[in-house]
Write a protein that binds this ligand. Sequence first.
Ligand SMILES: [Cu+2]
Length: 165
Amino acid sequence: MVWHRISQQVSVMLRAVICLLLFLGMVPVSVRADDQTTYSFGEPAKAAEATRTVTILALPDMRFDPDSLTIKHGEVITFVVTNKDKVLHELDIGDKPALRQHQKMMLQMSGAQHGDSATSVMVRPGETKSLTWRFNKTPDSPIELACLVAGHYQAGMKIEVDWAE
Ligand SMILES: [Cu+2]
């Protein structure tokens, strides 16, 4: 009788422990899904943390204004992008490998529009969107701001970045 009761209590406790472990195991996974992505060229930041605002125009003929920019190590920049053209554009922050990878994805989507991401904003004609980035890492390869809508980068739609330590 006593043994029966003890084993019942043990099994209730075990179930509680298993539930707790499952719970603890699952919560960090969902939290990590956002945080885990790391970038060699900095990290996303909140608009309120910005130390500088850069206004960018997406113009016809596959151009950004400005077409070059100096960024200092440690700056938190809000890019305010306005599309003055009649076609969709994007501003994507990356270093060469990151942009290449994103470009591949965009080409695979064959014209399909994907939404904004941690490193990019899609800007429709006439629309203005902003994106804030913390440039807190010396990049492995030069940083570029580019439009990766299929064919646009190839046509020269990018902003050259001069990196200042
Ligand atoms: Cu574009």
